[in-house]
Structure formats: structure tokens, C-alpha cells
Design a protein around this ligand. Structure first.
Ligand SMILES: Nc1ncnc2c1ncn2[C@@H]1O[C@H](COP(=O)(O)OP(=O)(O)OP(=O)(O)O)[C@@H](O)[C@H]1O
Ligand SMILES: [Mg+2]
Length: 556
């Protein structure tokens, strides 16, 4: 079909009325004198209501009206036009119509303003895009910010990761070194042991065959034998380090073992070092070679003594412990997570620096002068503990002291009773009819204590609280020792009781007992000066030795 070209030609009037923009003409005061249909449709008004009755500024939103007065009109007056000014119109139905306005001022022949011609473009879509663009930009900025933050923490995380890996590598290197030294010393020690067996056998043979009266030769043989024994001890320690010593693991009660060692330890530590044992309550049983464990504790105690030449305090603590996944993960040696019995030996000595700490387990590593140390003490501890499937850890502060923690695996599900350690000199620690006042609010424990003390040869008086104890003190001047729980029921604690008692009986020795380690009486694991403590639960042997020492004045 052929189009009628003529019907497509629009008149200027049609172009004006239905143009895709709004046209307005106003007087200089804003009164609208002409508007096209497009504008009327946008705003929703009839021509006769608008033209001649309404000012352009009355159609503006509040903000736009202010802008019109303060900026638009002066600008128009000054330069005769304004372009692409964004304003909001308010339609009759209340809708807001965003538009871009172009305005031109037309004057008469004298240049006096006659009329304003206004062209308005619908800016609804444009504003929408602008808003979206703005939002998109805000989002992009946020994302950038987040990315930056992530990057920063990423750097941190990478640094951490690297540091951790370096630490693990260092630990592994250390473990490999120990392993290599272990192999070497183990090999040597093993062969040496065989040789020593032959040497010992032959010296014995010689000793038996030496003729009567050959004193010089006998002495020579004795010296040879002594040296051989020392060599055997050394070899034994090397074997221990290399985890090749024959062990005889038995179920053990570590508390009993430690308590049984107290006499030996005291003798070893000498006068200037105070020994304190804090035995954990309800301690699990463990499985290890009791003789080697004693050996290890003794080695630790000797090291502690050597680190405290001017005196100090040695604390041996036992406790139930759990090594969790996180803890064992970073260890170089394979230590299974789980339940362990902890023996911690702490001193208030010289401590060690990091370089020393890294090498102390190596055999023959010593900082002591020639003849003073062989450097095999901690090697024995290390080898024995590792061979017993345990774990050993050192904490040390230069100038402050050292704690060495030995973890032995908990023994579960065995009917065997813990091995009895032979009591050390039981005759030395018996009572001689002295009178002891036991103050303990827990009846079962009071019974246990009083019976144990009577059994040891003491006269025992007992009270369940502070007031009862004071009454007994008033009636019995013969009391030689007050043995009291730190925490007592009935208002008066052990400390207050002892203060009261010492007012009536100055100089009466007081022995405290407590199940707590962090207690009023204990500061940072140390007792107030002049106070004596026996940790609960105490063993028969420990009680015996502690009470005896108190009565003999050894504690002073
Ligand atoms: N409690 C401690 N305080 C400070 N340093 C210690 C302590 N225990 C060990 N050391 C340091 O570790 C080193 C090695 O100890 P280790 O017990 O293996 O050997 P040693 O005591 O020197 O000799 P040995 O025990 O064979 O007689 C010691 O020389 C010392 O420097
Ligand atoms: Mg040592």
C-alpha cells in the first residue's frame, strides 16, 4: 500500500503540541501564558486552568521553588538563559516529575525582558539511572573496601602461616637431630655395654685369682672395678637417652612414688633448698618403670639444686592433665592427644636462655664445668619419658626459674594395683608419743589422718572446727603440733585458728593441709614465709615424714 506522503507532514502547531518535551512560555513574573499538550498531560491539568492563572514556580516542588528564587531567576537575569537545570515538578495528583529545564529570556527592542521560553525534558529515567549508578558506585566502593580489608588480613594470615610452618620445620629439625644423636649414642652404648660385661667378668675373675697378700694388686683391681661401674652407669644413661634401655613398666601411683622419695630428695637438696610437694587429688594411675621415673625426678631435682646455689625452693607437683589436639599438633614428636599424669618439677633458680633450652636434652650438653656435669641427666629424662610414650616440656625464665613438666600416659582399665615403692627409712619417721591436734572438718579425712598418726606412734586429739580446737588447746598444754586444714567450716579458717592458737601457745608449730593450690595461704605456689603445707591428698609416707620434720624442728 502506498503511503500518502502529505498525511505524514506535521504542521508546526502539531510539532509544538505533541513534541516529546514540555514547552512553556511565561511572563517575567512566571505567569504561564502558553503551554503545549505534552506538558499539560505530564502535569495533569486542563489548558484553561493553567494558562493565565498559574505561575511556573507554583508547579515546582518546595526545594525547587527555593532554588528557582535564589539561583534560577538571578542567573536568567544575568546571562539570559539557563541550561539543563534539574528541578522537580509537582503534578496535580501529587506525583513528583523530575525534569531538566532549559530557559531563555526574550526581550523587546530595548532589551527589556518580555517573555521566558521554557523547554522541559522528562528526566524520570535519567534520575533512575543516576540513582542506580550512584548505588552501584557505592556498592563498588564498599566491595573495594572489603577486598582491601581482606587483602590486609590475608597478608597477616600468610605471615602467621609462614611463621607457624617455620616453627614446625625448626621443631622437626630438632627432632631429627635428637633422633640421629639417639641412633649414634644408642649404637655406641650398646656395644660398650657388651664390652663392659666382658671387662667386669674378667676383673672379677682376676680378683678371685689374685694371691693372698697382694694388696697393691687387689687395690688396682678394685679401682678398675669402680671405674667400670661408673662406665656402666654412663652407658646406662646413654641407653636411656636412645630409648633402648630395658624398661620394666608397671602401673604406678605417681603421688606415692613422689612422696616416697621425699627423704632421698631432702638429703640430695641439702640445707639451702626447700622442698615442697603438691600432690594432685584423685590422681590417675600411670604406667612406667618406677625406678626410671625416680631416676628422672632425681635428675630434675639435682639440676634444680645446681641452679640454686644460694638456696631457693623446689616444688614437685602432680596433677591430672589432658593434652588436646591443638597442643600435640605443633609438637615435632608424635604424642597422642589424651589423658596424662603430670609431674612438674619447678625451681626458683637461674633459669636458662633460649639457646640453652634448645639443647638441654642432647647427651653431653652441659653448661657445668668439667667434672661437675656429664650432660646426661636430661637426656635420661627425655629418653625415658619418650620410651614410656610420654612427653616432656621445659618452661624457663632467665633469672626466675625453671619448670620441667613430665607427662606420662594415664593407665586405663587394668586390675593391677599400683606397684608399692619400698618405703625409705620408715624407722626414721615414726612418732615418739608426741601429741598432735588434728583440725579437719571433713570426717572421713579426719579419721584417716588421726588413724595414720596414731599408727605412726603419736597421741592424737581432734576437732572438727576452729572453736572446738581452741577449747582443746585450753585444756591440753601438752600439745606439740597443730595440724589444720586451711579451709574450715564454722566461720574460722585455718589461718585465723593458727593466729589464735599462737597467741595462747607462742611457738607451737603449725602444719597446714589443703586441697587447693591457689589458696589464701599459697602465693604463686609458694607459701607465706614460715608456713608449712602438706597438699591433699597426702600419703601415709608423706604425712609421716612431714610431721616428723615439723616436730624435730627440721623445717626451721
Ligand atoms: N633446672 C635448671 N635450671 C637451669 N638450667 C638447667 C636446669 N636443668 C638443666 N639445666 C641446664 O641444662 C644442662 C643440661 O642438663 P643435664 O641434666 O642434661 O646435664 P648436667 O646437669 O649438666 O649434667 P649431669 O646431669 O649429667 O650431671 C645443664 O648443664 C644446665 O645448663
Ligand atoms: Mg643434670
Amino acid at each position: 500500500m502506498k503511503m500518502d506522503q502529505g498525511s505524514l507532514i506535521e504542521t508546526a502547531e502539531e510539532l509544538y503540541e505533541s513534541a516529546p518535551c514540555g514547552y512553556l512560555s511565561t511572563l517575567p513574573d512566571g505567569t504561564i501564558i502558553r503551554a503545549n499538550q505534552t506538558f499539560l498531560t505530564w502535569i495533569g491539568m486542563d489548558r484553561q486552568d493553567l494558562v493565565g492563572h498559574t505561575c511556573f514556580q507554583d508547579l515546582l516542588s518546595v526545594g525547587a521553588k527555593i532554588f528557582y528564587d535564589t539561583h534560577l531567576t538571578p542567573l536568567l537575569r544575568m546571562q539570559g538563559f539557563v541550561n539543563e537545570i534539574a528541578v522537580d515538578l509537582t503534578c496535580t495528583d501529587g506525583r513528583v516529575l523530575p525534569v531538566l529545564a532549559n530557559m531563555v529570556q526574550k526581550g523587546d527592542a530595548n532589551g527589556r525582558p518580555m517573555v521566558h521560553r521554557i523547554t522541559l525534558f522528562n528526566a524520570t529515567d535519567r534520575r533512575k539511572y543516576e540513582r542506580e549508578l550512584l548505588l552501584a558506585r557505592q556498592k563498588a566502593e564498599q566491595a573495594t573496601e572489603e577486598l582491601k580489608r581482606l587483602n590486609e588480613t590475608l597478608e597477616e594470615r600468610v605471615t602467621e602461616e609462614v611463621a607457624e610452618r617455620l616453627k614446625a620445620e625448626e621443631a622437626l629439625r630438632q627432632a631429627q637431630k635428637m633422633e640421629a644423636i639417639g641412633q649414634l649414642t644408642g649404637g655406641i652404648a650398646h656395644d660398650f655395654n657388651n664390652l663392659l660385661t666382658i671387662i667386669v667378668g674378667n676383673i672379677e675373675l682376676l680378683q678371685r685369682r689374685l694371691p693372698e697378700g697382694s694388696d697393691r694388686l687387689q687395690r688396682a683391681a678394685t679401682h678398675a672395678m669402680e671405674a667400670t661401674r661408673r662406665a656402666a652407669t654412663l652407658t646406662q644413661r646413654l641407653l636411656a637417652f636412645s630409648r633402648r634401655q630395658p624398661l620394666d613398666p608397671k602401673p604406678i601411683d605417681v603421688n606415692k612414688l613422689v612422696a616416697g622419695m621425699s627423704d632421698l630428695l631432702r638429703r640430695t637438696l641439702g640445707e639451702v633448698v626447700v622442698l615442697e610437694t603438691v600432690l594432685g587429688g584423685g590422681l590417675w594411675r600411670s604406667q612406667a618403670d618406677p625406678n626410671q621415673l625416680e631416676n628422672a625426678i632425681l635428675n630434675l631435682a639435682v639440676n634444680a639444686r645446681d641452679a640454686m646455689p644460694d638456696g631457693g625452693k623446689l616444688t614437685i607437683e602432680t596433677a591430672n592433665a589432658r593434652l588436646d589436639e591443638a597442643y600435640v599438633e605443633v609438637l615435632a614428636e608424635p604424642v597422642p592427644p589424651g589423658q596424662y599424669v603430670l609431674v612438674a618439677v619447678s625451681d626458683t633458680g637461674s633459669g636458662m636462655d633460649k639457646a640453652t633450652m634448645e639443647r638441654v636434652f642432647e647427651p653431653f650438653f652441659t653448661t657445668k664445668e668439667v667434672g661437675k656435669g656429664t650432660g646426661l641427666g636430661l637426656s635420661q629424662v627425655y629418653g625415658f619419658v619418650r620410651q614410656s610414650n610420654g612427653h616432656v616440656r621445659i618452661y624457663s625464665e632467665l633469672g626466675e626459674g625453671t619448670t620441667i613438666k613430665v607427662y606420662l600416659p594415664r593407665l586405663i582399665g587394668s586390675d593391677e594395683e599400683p606397684a608399692e615403692m619400698p618405703a625409705k627409712n620408715p624407722a626414721m619417721v615414726r612418732g615418739m608419743g608426741e601429741t598432735i591436734l588434728v583440725v579437719e572438718d571433713e570426717p572421713d579425712l579426719r579419721t584417716y589422718t588421726t588413724e595414720a598418726l596414731r599408727d605412726l606412734g603419736y597421741r592424737v586429739l581432734e576437732a572438727g572446727d576452729g572453736q572446738g580446737a581452741l577449747d582443746i588447746v585450753a585444756e591440753h598444754p601438752e600439745i606439740d603440733l597443730l595440724f589444720t586444714d586451711v579451709v574450715l567450716a564454722g566461720g574460722m579458717n585455718g589461718r585465723a585458728l593458727s593466729d589464735e592458737v599462737s597467741r595462747r601457745r607462742p611457738g607451737l608449730p603449725v602444719l597446714y593441709t589443703t586441697g587447693y593450690t591457689q589458696n589464701a595461704i599459697v602465693h604463686h605456689g609458694r607459701l607465706d614465709p614460715g608456713m608449712h603445707l602438706i597438699g591433699k591428698p597426702f600419703t601415709y609416707a608423706e604425712l609421716a615424714s612431714k610431721v616428723r620434720r615439723m616436730l624435730d624442728g627440721d623445717h626451721l
